[in-house]
Design a protein around this ligand. Structure first.
Ligand code: FE
Length: 344
């Protein structure tokens, strides 16, 4: 049973008022978070943090861009101590915008591998999300799959579903390809991929998986936690949909599977800096990492913590070791490449 010893105030982005944030500090202090993660994916962890440390947590949930803009416009007056996002590119953008500060923490550097954090400590990855190929079991032989690059082969004409180039997940995947192969090669690849589209890009990752299961296309690119959610769904139809597809880990012999992180940084003007650092350390701790693995169907950022049974069933894979900060640095180039390739 989760007993809430510490009162917490949950604020939605719509109704954040300065008065609400001047909550009287409790004995253990407080920490204010701007979070782009779904509330139910982070709240239980924050409750545990409060229980363990006596630090009250005030949570504001919103869209990534809106939260970043808000941090910028609030400047030194921001009530936020921590920014939580679900993409490394966004964290890097926040860093470039000057709204984060460097944090040096032996606990964090010990738990978070170098490829999943900013080397100066402006932000740290807290969970890993992999974006492999997801294919129709009855129509695709895994032996016919190999790399992301090979998805541009004309043999897949009319067989590929993807979501739009507005998706930061696809932008980051293309940024990763630019880092490995250069812009010209990546653009040629993107053109080939677009030529293989079964239909104009639409919907989210889940919709791509459903389209593959429904026979609209044979394969797609999607983050595994969406499939994990479907595998464990209470809805029998979703379970059956998930059973029709399988995961293929591309680039096993080359650069590895494209991975991204959800993560967090301490804001430049944090008034509760120590509490903020404690929160980041807690989120990287073994128990929190285990919770991510079990509950969110994401991969623990700490390789010492085993993934959930659902994730284990898909087998092990080689993850790209490119520092995820690169995905942010190359985001603009990726968007341009997708644009030139006609990726809607
Ligand atoms: Fe997502």
């Amino acid at each position: 049973m989760r007993n809430r010893l510490i009162p917490r105030i949950l604020l939605s982005a719509c109704c954040l008022l300065p008065t609400l944030l001047s909550t009287p500090a409790l004995a253990g202090g407080e920490v204010n978070i701007y979070s782009a993660r779904k509330e139910d994916l982070i709240k239980p962890l924050l409750d545990d943090f409060s229980k363990q440390t006596g630090i009250a947590v005030n949570l504001v949930t919103g869209k990534e861009e809106a939260l970043l803009q808000r941090l910028q416009s609030e400047g030194a007056n921001t009530p936020a101590d921590v920014l939580l996002t679900s993409d490394a590119g966004r964290l890097a953008a926040a860093q470039r915008a000057g709204v984060l500060q460097a944090v040096k923490s032996p606990a964090l550097t010990a738990k978070v591998p170098v490829s999943y954090r900013d080397l100066a400590g402006y932000w740290y990855g807290l969970s890993v999300r992999a974006r492999p190929v997801i294919y129709a079991r009855d129509r695709v032989k895994p032996a016919d799959l190999s790399t992301y690059e090979a998805l541009a082969d004309p043999k897949w004409k009319g067989k590929v579903c993807v979501r739009s180039s507005d998706s930061v997940y696809n932008q980051s995947l293309v940024a990763g390809m630019i880092a490995h192969h250069g812009e010209a090669k990546t653009e040629a690849w993107a053109k080939g991929l677009v030529a293989n589209f079964a239909r104009p890009p639409k919907g989210g990752d889940r919709d791509q998986i459903k389209a593959v299961a429904a026979g609209e296309c044979d394969l797609t690119l999607a983050n595994t936690y969406y499939l994990g959610g479907m595998v464990n769904s209470s809805d029998e139809a979703e379970k059956q949909t998930a059973a029709k597809v399988a995961v293929f880990w591309p680039d096993a012999k080359t650069t590895g599977v494209h991975v991204n992180v959800s993560g967090a940084g301490v804001t430049a003007h944090a008034r509760h800096r120590d509490e903020a650092v404690k929160l980041l350390e807690f989120l990287a701790s073994d128990s929190a990492q285990r919770w991510y693995a079990e509950t969110n169907n994401e991969y623990p950022v700490n390789p010492a913590i085993p993934p959930s049974a659902t994730l284990k069933a898909w087998g092990e894979f080689k993850a790209d070791t490119l520092n995820v900060a690169k995905l942010g640095e190359l985001n603009a180039a990726a968007v341009q490449v997708m644009d030139r390739a006609g990726w809607k």
